[in-house]
Design a protein around this ligand. Structure first.
Ligand code: GDD
Ligand code: MG
Length: 355
């Protein structure tokens, strides 16, 4: 069984952290999302994953040394300076995918816990050309919305409908099974949107099906959603964690602390703090509701709340980093700086007082 994972988007809403890393490699409680996706594919009986990437995302993925979980991995790259959209990469990977059996497609920025195998099985029962997983949300306008008939056929599919125009609250969960017939619906050599060009045609031709899925589902589109994803996963780990810890420093669960982390005296970590590999935290520091990527250094008396701190970032002494702040990889926030709500700092930039 093969799966295609789409990982060539630009993650614009998570900039500037996505300037240096694709969303699929963002760690969730210290495990990259893509690693979680590989684990789930392997659990669901898949043996091959084709990663539909661009040159940059391919480079970053290869740097990461993820465990393949027994999956055979292949890369299919969009042409330089020509992102192929969400359907173009599938056409481009036609030879790698082959025409033997249906295949699964996953958006590479979704954390979900429904069964891919059940989706696959329902696709085969319906003899559909496409079967998508549908998840119910309160506000469907940011997503692709489906109108479902009683026999699970999708009557209509509208990508990102205007307010008030969504026929239902059932949205494309970013996972679908396609039969090889799909290749004849996708023109080659240009960007094609699965959601805007292909799905509406399949609905018209009555060969498009949907299955409702429930349980955990989250699209890590925006910084707040990324933090929320971490909170959810930390909550699931909470039961396995030790009780709050107080000694030289204090740990308030739930937290995730990776290998090589050093924490100074009187610091308070948590709740909802994620510290990546080799993060160094000084003395009298407070970190809560934040994700600190690997190799970052947080100086004495700093406070970090509701923020994202990129890889290798240096946060100076007595700094204050508050809700909604995003400090991109390798940036430096100098001693004594207090950032306002929602400030973003570009990769490798230095911020001193008054900048
Ligand atoms: N290779 C490649 N090339 N991948 C791409 C490209 C491209 O040009 N553009 C986007 N992708 C990948 C993204 O990396 C992501 O994993 C996936 O395709 C979906 O693209 P997004 O840009 O994240 O789309 P969205 O979140 O606005 O909407 C999509 O996801 C929703 C669920 O979160 C749509 O599929 C909606 O219908 C759906 O409801
Ligand atoms: Mg998305």
């Amino acid at each position: 069984m093969k799966a295609v994972i789409l990982i060539g988007g630009f993650g614009t809403r998570l900039r500037p952290l996505t300037c240096t890393r694709p969303k699929a490699l963002f760690p969730i409680a210290n495990k990259p999302l893509l690693q979680m996706i590989f684990e789930k594919l392997a659990e669901n009986g898949f043996d091959e994953a084709i990663l539909a990437v661009n040159a940059l995302t391919e480079f970053h993925i290869k740097q990461q040394r993820l465990s393949r979980c027994g999956l055979k991995l292949k890369f299919s790259r969009d042409p330089p300076k020509m992102p192929l959209g969400t359907a173009g990469p599938i056409k481009k990977a036609e030879k790698l995918i082959g025409h033997e059996e249906p295949f699964l497609v996953l958006n590479g920025d979704i954390l979900a816990d429904f069964s891919y195998k059940e989706l696959w099985e329902s696709h085969n029962e319906d003899k559909a050309v496409a079967t998508i997983a549908l998840h119910e949300v309160d506000d469907p306008t940011r997503y692709g919305v489906a109108e479902l008939a009683a026999d699970n056929r999708i009557k209509r599919f509208i990508e990102k409908p205007a307010k008030g125009a969504a026929p239902t609250r059932l949205i494309n969960a970013g996972a679908y099974v396609l039969s090889p017939k799909i290749f004849s619906y996708i023109p080659a050599g240009r960007a094609v949107s699965m959601e805007r060009e292909v799905f509406p045609r399949l609905a018209e031709q009555k060969i498009f099906y949907g299955r409702k899925v429930s349980g955990l589902w989250i699209d890590m589109g925006k910084p707040e959603e990324y933090l929320q994803t971490n909170r959810i996963v930390l909550n699931t780990l909470r039961s396995k964690q030790d009780k709050p810890m107080k000694g030289r420093f204090e740990v308030k669960p739930p937290v995730a602390i990776d290998k090589g982390v050093v924490i100074g005296e009187n610091s308070v970590i948590g709740p909802y703090a994620v510290l990546g590999r080799n993060v160094s935290v000084g003395c009298n520091v407070h970190i809560s509701d934040s994700v600190v990527f690997a190799d970052a250094k947080i100086g004495d008396f700093a406070s970090v709340t509701g923020a994202l701190i990129g890889e290798g970032v240096v946060v100076g002494k007595k700094t204050k980093i508050v809700e909604g702040c995003i400090i991109a990889d390798q940036a430096k926030v100098k001693d004594g700086v207090a950032l306002g709500k929602g400030v973003s700092v570009c990769p490798a930039k230095e911020i001193c007082e008054g900048t």
